[in-house]
Design a protein around this ligand. Structure first.
Ligand SMILES: C[S@@+](CC[C@H](N)C(=O)[O-])C[C@H]1O[C@@H](n2cnc3c(N)ncnc32)[C@H](O)[C@@H]1O
Length: 235
């Protein structure tokens, strides 16, 4: 089976022979891939929506030639609820907003802390998710970027541990992306700068204090992003 670049990169972070929880699995491509390639020992595929779970049930049934299909367990439920403490070593929470991922992790801390590896792919609000991770004793082990259909996706690989950021902009642009010289990083930052400049143009017509504050904040962020571009050159 052929996974999209985004899903492939997510799957590549899964340590071999672990038991994985794929939270918000939807189509079920990742569980089937991880089991068919013997990467994971077992995958518990969960989703809050029965409609989504039906997709994975249909998909798993359509792959009836697959060995070890019994190693995929499908469960209905919200966030980590369908998973018992210490039942999985690794969780994947992908294709949702960063705030939802943060709330899922924060809802049951005992369960969260029984998990070793976290593969997180926020569609938006990656800054807020990184802030949560740094403030809650997570260490970001690695990060990578994927571009699919013109959109950038950030994949964060974390475990429990202590780490901190030295510059505010590293909440916005993961520091590991800089250290790794991620091949998409420059393009990703230029794209961010372009978006911020577009917002700034809209703000220029507004004369409120709030608009002024935002204008200054965005200009500062652009300067910080330009600093990151210089930093990439120096690596
Ligand atoms: C856009 S899909 C992403 C599917 C897959 N993880 C991926 O990355 O391609 C988001 C899925 O998350 C599920 N979802 C949303 N909130 C959830 C929650 N609180 N707990 C579990 N699943 C949730 C949705 O039902 C949907 O199937």
């Amino acid at each position: 089976m052929q996974l999209s670049d985004r899903l492939k990169k997510i799957a590549n972070y899964v340590p071999k022979n672990t038991i994985v929880g794929d939270i918000g699995t939807d189509h079920g491509y990742i569980p089937v891939y991880l089991i068919s390639k013997s990467i994971a020992k077992k995958v518990i595929a969960t989703d809050i929506s029965q409609n989504s779970l039906n997709k994975i049930i249909n998909y798993v049934n359509s792959t009836n030639h697959m060995d070890n299909i019994e190693n995929i367990e499908i469960r209905l439920g919200d966030g980590l609820e369908p998973i018992r403490p210490f039942e999985v070593d690794t969780v994947i929470i992908a294709g949702m907003g960063g705030l939802l991922i943060r709330d899922i992790l924060d809802k049951d801390k005992t369960k969260r802390d029984s998990i070793t590896y976290f593969i997180l792919q926020p569609n938006i609000a990656s800054r807020e998710l990184r802030e949560y991770l740094y403030e809650n004793n997570f260490e970001i082990i690695d990060e990578s970027l994927v571009k699919e259909d013109g959109k950038f996706y950030e994949i964060i690989y974390a475990k429990k541990g202590k780490s901190y950021v030295t510059k505010d902009i590293y909440y916005e642009v993961g520091e590991k992306l800089i250290h790794n010289k991620d091949p998409l990083l420059k393009e990703f930052i230029h794209d961010k700068i372009k978006r911020l400049k577009n917002i700034i143009i809209e703000l220029e017509d507004k004369n409120t204090n709030k608009a002024k504050e935002r204008y200054e904040k965005l200009n500062k962020e652009i300067l910080e992003l330009k600093e990151v571009l210089k930093e990439i050159e120096s690596y």
